[in-house]
Design a protein around this ligand. Structure first.
Ligand SMILES: Cc1ncc(C[n+]2csc(CCOP(=O)(O)OP(=O)(O)O)c2C)c(N)n1
Ligand SMILES: [Mg+2]
Length: 329
């Protein structure tokens, strides 16, 4: 990694914590896939490969002040914002105690009033106009919150992205629009989605500042998003960030990615795995030894084991609560 954390104002402890969150996200994600293949949870939508983008961006925000309009792949980010591993697991099992919807929504629909996470809709990129509204409210109230919204490169071709981005640009709202460009929208490669093949080029048309970043390098992501957040908070306007990354597993548990991308391509992407990169960095910097890393991994695997057991044992929502929070029928 070219960056050094000291130059970015990050302490050793913060970098170790970033590393920990990335490993936690990966281990939880891997477990959910196993549970799916064992027939225990119905659906997986994964963050594997996106961990540096998600955790790096979350560290650049101030939980408690800043607000998130995430998308389904953002569970690494949700963890940093305070969603617990048990809550993630409860949502995969659709059990009582799951905070986003009480076990009624598909996993990946994060929502928490307490944590400042706005619940998303399933139609992709509707979170961008949501972020515009949330940021407008924040601006009108004279609050200092910055809103971070995230979406894939495929979704950035939907009308909602363009209407939201334009509104955000016109009103110079305190928003960071973060595109997790993993080169595919399910089976559709970027060459068949985006005429110019650049997401960041769209920034200019909407009056947004634009940045591209290596989404596998957590320090680079942190630096870019921190800069964008600082600009937004200072009233200097919104930023569109294109983080270039790769989804290391199929789109979801219902997808067979061998039908549309070669194994060689996936293996080449694995060689740039963001977790391998940060693991190497923390050793090089003398922040953790290999022994420490092994212990940290074991500790995380134990947590994953515990929350899996707890979620599996938890009850399903009571039938009598089926119409709770339903406002019309
Ligand atoms: C409006 C709308 N159209 C289609 C879908 C089905 N769908 C869900 S995810 C997805 C792909 C999105 O790809 P991208 O935005 O690149 O995000 P990624 O999954 O790659 O992170 C599609 C087409 C949907 N949810 N909403
Ligand atoms: Mg994509």
């Amino acid at each position: 990694m070219k960056q050094n954390h000291h130059n970015l104002g990050l302490s050793n402890e913060q970098v170790v914590s970033m590393y920990r969150y990335m490993v936690l996200a990966r281990e939880l994600d891997k477990r959910v896939w196993l549970l799916n293949r064992a027939g225990k949870v119905p659906f997986v939508i994964s963050c594997q490969g996106h961990e540096a983008t998600q955790v790096g961006a979350a560290f650049a925000l101030q939980p408690g002040t800043d607000l998130l309009c995430p998308y389904y792949r953002d569970f690494g980010m949700a963890l940093v914002f305070g969603v617990t591993p048990l809550e993630i697991m409860l949502s995969n099992f659709a059990k009582v105690g799951e905070p986003s919807s009480g076990g009624r929504q598909m996993p990946g629909h994060f929502g928490s009033k307490k944590l400042g996470i706005f619940t998303g809709s399933s139609p992709v990129t509707t979170q961008v106009p949501h972020a515009a509204g949330v940021a407008l409210a924040s601006k009108l109230r004279g609050e200092s919150s910055v809103v971070l919204t995230r979406f894939g490169e495929g979704s950035s071709n939907q009308g909602d992205f363009h209407e939201g981005a334009n509104f955000i640009g016109v009103h110079r709202l305190p928003v960071v629009l973060l595109c997790e460009n993993n080169k595919y929208a399910i089976s559709t490669p970027i060459s068949k989605q985006v005429g110019g093949e650049s997401i960041v080029a769209r920034a200019q048309g909407y009056g947004l500042h634009g940045e591209v970043v290596d989404g596998n390098n957590i320090l680079a992501v942190y630096e870019t998003i921190k800069h964008a957040v600082d600009r937004a908070r200072a009233g200097e306007g919104p930023t569109l960030v294109e983080a270039q990354t790769y989804r290391l597993v199929p789109h979801s548990s219902d997808d067979d990615d061998s039908l549309y991308r070669s194994r060689d391509e996936v293996e080449a992407a694995k060689a740039k795995d963001p977790i391998t990169q940060i693991a190497h960095y923390v050793r090089e910097e003398g922040l953790l030894t290999e022994d420490h890393q092994e212990r940290l991994l074991k500790d995380i695997q134990q947590t994953v084991e515990q929350v899996t057991e707890q979620a599996e044992k938890a009850g399903y929502p009571d039938v009598d609560t089926a119409l709770d929070h339903v406002y019309g029928s």
